[in-house]
Design a protein around this ligand. Structure first.
Ligand code: FCB
Length: 483
């Protein structure tokens, strides 16, 4: 009783609210921001320098492109539900139609081929295949991906499949979602089904897209679907995501002959604001949440408690044998990088660190993310110290305020962005890091989660009123670069 009284006391609630608010600000830093960008000239780069076996592709995700949210028996996902509620999406939009890739995939894949990309990353919509999350299979949904995969192969495009890119079936969220340990069984059933149905044709598989993203934004700050908050739900979802990450790898290994198996991590190079000890320690703490939390358990290193003691609370969700189950030897890890983070100590409970806003003259994208090409070099070098076999940059790109003028989209800032980031990737590669591929985020402008349709990340411009696709200058740049 006393405990309950403490838990619900005013002070306690205020601390919790402040904590959630601060973390919201922190997790929002990779999703929200003002508009400003500069164009800086850059040296040329050559595709050949990356070698002939380097995989060049574009990355997409189901909810952001497919649309057809309730077509052919698809079930509801947490993003369908979340975006239908007022106040969640900044431009009051939703992904119901998105870019209607579900009906336009054939022409879109031809367009991709015309840009000389040979690899296409997409994700399966779990609720399209299993409308209730488990049990009943929706064969029409299964067939959509069969057609998509066959179409890729016919065109000579290699499909790269992501099992989970944030769109959990709502039916499973109603049973607790990622915070419920049963997700391990649900996710295994779904992964088993996908790999059995598609494993004969898809060789490249990824398990989770940015688990740090969907656990912090979805279960801690609640900025994203399923809009849940609290440290307990967050830690539970982290542990269950780590278990699924490894289990998914094992299922792919079992079902896919000679599968090339990876999983992806959001990551940012973290720099202390000042050289002081306190700033360096703040950087170490933030590094745990932004970069280390999901990869280290998979390598058998356990959770990085030392720099962030509150993480020990995760043990509450562990059962005997879990340490072993967290491990899986991936063939590659996917790094997804957009910006660097400068940090200093702060009063945010548990983490005691916060981001320092970029300087006024910093170069920012439309998301407010600082353009920091050397950040990708630094973070690749950091991850290359882990015993990983292969690194692929599975997402990197930028949103700028593109305008369609006389049927053309001139986006020199984006071309400049890609050149400078690619140069830094090449630098790491030339220093011996085994980087084997690069996927631009993204192919065609699409639904950017809570930001709606405003930020345009595509190499191809989309007119959302007509669904007309117009290749941007950056798309043509890639076409010539990849020739
Ligand atoms: C990544 C997400 C991707 C997209 C880009 C801009 O964090 O994985 O879906 O939103 O950011």
């Amino acid at each position: 009783m006393l405990l309950l009284a403490f838990y619900f006391s005013h002070e306690r609630i205020m601390v919790r609210l402040e904590f959630i608010k601060q973390l919201a600000a922190l997790s929002a830093m990779w999703k929200v921001g003002p508009v400003l960008a500069r164009n800086i000239p850059n040296p040329e780069i050559n595709r050949k320098d990356f070698g002939n076996n380097f995989s060049w592709g574009v990355a997409t995700s189901a909810y952001q492109i497919e649309g057809a949210w309730n077509v052919d028996g698809k079930g509801e996902s947490v993003w369908d539900r979340f975006s239908s509620k007022p106040g969640h999406i900044k431009d009051k939009s939703n992904g119901n139609e998105a870019i209607n890739f579900y009906h336009r995939y054939e022409t879109d894949l031809k367009l991709l081929k015309s840009l000389n990309f040979k690899n296409f990353r997409f994700s399966f919509s779990w609720a399209r295949i299993l409308p209730d999350g488990t049990g009943r299979i929706n064969e029409k949904g299964v067939d959509f991906y069969n057609r998509l995969i066959d179409n890729c192969l016919d065109l000579g495009i290699e499909p790269w499949a992501m099992l989970y890119h944030w769109d959990l079936p709502q039916a499973l969220e109603d049973r607790g979602g990622w915070a419920n340990r049963d997700i391990l069984g649900w996710f295994s059933e779904y992964s088993d089904l996908c790999t059995r149905r598609y494993g004969d044709r898809i060789k490249h598989w990824m398990v989770l897209n940015e688990p740090a993203g969907f656990t912090t934004l979805g279960y801690l700050s609640g900025i994203h679907a399923p809009n849940r908050t609290g440290i307990g739900k967050f830690l539970a979802s982290v542990h269950h995501a780590c278990l699924c990450q490894a289990e998914g790898g094992r299922i792919i290994r079992r079902n896919v002959n000679q599968g090339h198996i990876g999983t992806t991590f959001s990551c940012s190079h973290i720099e202390p604001h000042k050289l002081k000890d306190s700033h360096q320690r703040a950087a170490l703490r933030l590094d745990v949440v932004l970069n280390r939390l999901f990869i280290e358990p998979s390598l058998g290193l356990g959770y990085p408690y030392n720099e962030l003691p509150f993480l020990r609370k995760i043990e509450k969700f562990m059962v005997p044998g879990d340490q072993e189950k967290l491990k899986f030897e991936f063939d590659f890890i996917g790094l997804q990088n957009y910006f660097r983070v400068v940090t200093k100590p702060s009063l945010i409970p548990f983490i005691w660190a916060n981001r320092v806003k970029p300087d006024d003259d910093a170069e920012l994208t439309e998301m407010g993310w600082e353009v920091a090409p050397e950040g990708i070099y630094n973070i690749i070098k950091q991850f290359s110290k882990y015993p990983v076999k292969e690194i692929i940059v599975t997402e990197n790109g930028a949103a700028f305020p593109d305008r369609l003028i006389n049927g053309k989209v001139h986006d020199p800032q984006r071309i400049d962005f890609y050149k400078r980031y690619l140069q830094n990737i090449l630098r790491a590669k030339n220093e011996g890091v085994n980087i084997t591929g690069y996927f631009a985020w993204t192919f065609i402008d699409n639904f950017e989660w809570v930001e709606g349709y405003r930020p345009r990340f595509g190499l191809v411009y989309n007119d959302f009123s007509t669904q007309e696709r117009i290749i941007k200058d950056s798309g043509y740049w890639f076409r010539d670069f990849l020739k």
